[in-house]
Design a protein around this ligand. Structure first.
Ligand code: PLP
Length: 394
């Protein structure tokens, strides 16, 4: 059976070059980077090279990179670490309603523990209004945390503008760039950010490794205490092979980003247009064109359940997702789609296809051949679809 992987926003395969370099640091150069002997120094040197590679991709200095166990930990460190560092200055935090759970749940945890939280709405394309954000700012606002690009609908936020505003007001600005890294340019200076989260497994690197960019001079309180690694920001023996793989993945992402984006944008538009041509009662979620990540397709197909679509696609070897990977398994409709104003019924029939480096035109042709047949079969069981067709014809 043909297998087509279209869930790269959930995770990507590890690039063979990345896997090869990681293997060396598991089996041959396995020293602890804190050890003073040759094995340790060898690991330390590679660790610092990886730090440079990550820093270079986001326009930072290597000293501003703290390695973590992934995007979730980096988001927690940014938000909790800032709240703890600035709790005497103020207790107000601003975020948006389409953030990843790693941000939303962390902010809600703080809210339960004495902080005030304002959650900014988004428009029907999933984009935050800078004006609404400006109005939410209070004298005691200490942190604004907004994602660069949304993981479900691919909407790209006006980060540079928000950053400028935060800077003018002296508010710390954190950005979750897990989904934008490697797909569109991410530069901490151009974006005016103080803290920025990235993760390895979304850019053809390993799972369980990520980093937090912390602007030089900014103080955050650590979450993990111990041996004082990572300039005391994140204790624990470093995941050296993982970090080295992440560094290599960043280097490759920098080299391939323009070609990858062009290739995926072409496939994205072919898939969106193909679905719209072949299936009726379809809504594209998120913006079209430049405000959308090059690899994201998200559609709501009325009169079918997203979960049934997913299972039927899976039986034909096609991997997609409904809502975010972390919440699939739950039948709650996506908070992102609801935040964009979709009603429950439409949000339920939504599907996300996220493209990757290895996808081909043939992959898209296969989906466009199979999906309409699946939808037709599922809709045969829907009395609501029957009614809709009749009222359209009437
Ligand atoms: N932030 C966003 C926007 C994500 O999409 C994800 C993962 O899906 C994360 C954070 C969490 O990253 P990790 O899986 O590395 O913990």
């Amino acid at each position: 059976m043909r297998r087509v992987y279209l869930d790269h926003s959930a995770t990507t395969p590890v690039d063979p070059e990345v896997a090869a370099i990681m293997m060396t640091y598991y089996t041959e150069k396995y020293g602890n980077p804190s050890s003073v002997h040759g094995f340790g120094r060898e690991a330390k040197q590679a660790l610092e090279q990886a730090r440079n590679q990550v820093a270079e991709l986001i326009g930072a200095a290597s000293g501003e990179i703290t390695f973590t166990s992934g995007g979730t930990e980096a988001d927690n460190l940014a938000i909790l670490g800032t709240a703890e560092a600035l709790r005497k200055k103020g207790k107000h935090i601003i975020t948006s309603c389409i953030e990843h759970h790693a941000v939303l749940e962390t902010c809600e945890y703080l809210e339960k523990n004495g902080f005030d939280l304002t959650v900014i709405p988004v428009d029907e394309e999933g984009i935050i209004s800078v004006d609404a954000l400006r109005k939410a700012i209070r004298p005691d606002t200490i942190l604004i945390t907004i994602m660069h690009a949304n993981n479900e609908v691919g909407s790209i936020q006006p980060i540079s503008e928000i950053g400028k505003l935060a800077k003018e007001q002296g508010i710390v600005f954190h950005v979750d760039a897990v989904q934008s890294l490697g797909k569109i340019p991410v530069n901490v200076e151009e974006l005016n950010v103080d803290l920025l989260t990235v993760s390895g497994h979304k850019i053809y690197g390993p799972k369980g490794v990520g980093a937090l960019y912390v602007r030089k001079g900014l103080r955050i309180v650590p979450l993990v205490h111990g041996g004082g690694q990572e300039k005391k920001r994140r204790s624990g023996t470093e995941n050296t092979p993982g970090i080295i793989g992440f560094g290599k993945a960043c280097e490759l992402a920098g080299q391939r980003m323009a070609d990858d984006a062009e290739h995926q944008r072409k496939l994205r538009d072919k898939l969106i247009n193909g679905i719209l041509e072949r299936i009726d009662f379809v809504k594209v979620n998120g913006p079209l064109g430049e405000k959308r990540l090059p690899n994201n397709v998200n559609v709501s197909i009325r009169y079918v359940e997203g979960e049934s679509l997913l299972l039927s696609l899976d039986m034909l070897g096609i991997a997609a997702s409904s809502g975010s990977a972390c919440t699939s398994g739950s039948l709650d409709p996506s908070h992102v789609l609801l935040g964009m104003g979709l009603i429950h019924e439409i949000a339920h029939g939504s599907l996300r296809f996220s493209l990757g480096r290895q996808n081909t035109e043939e992959d898209i042709d296969y989906v466009l051949e199979q999906l309409p047949k699946i939808v037709e079969r599922l809709r045969m069981m829907s009395p609501l679809y029957d009614q809709a067709i009749h009222s359209k014809q009437a």
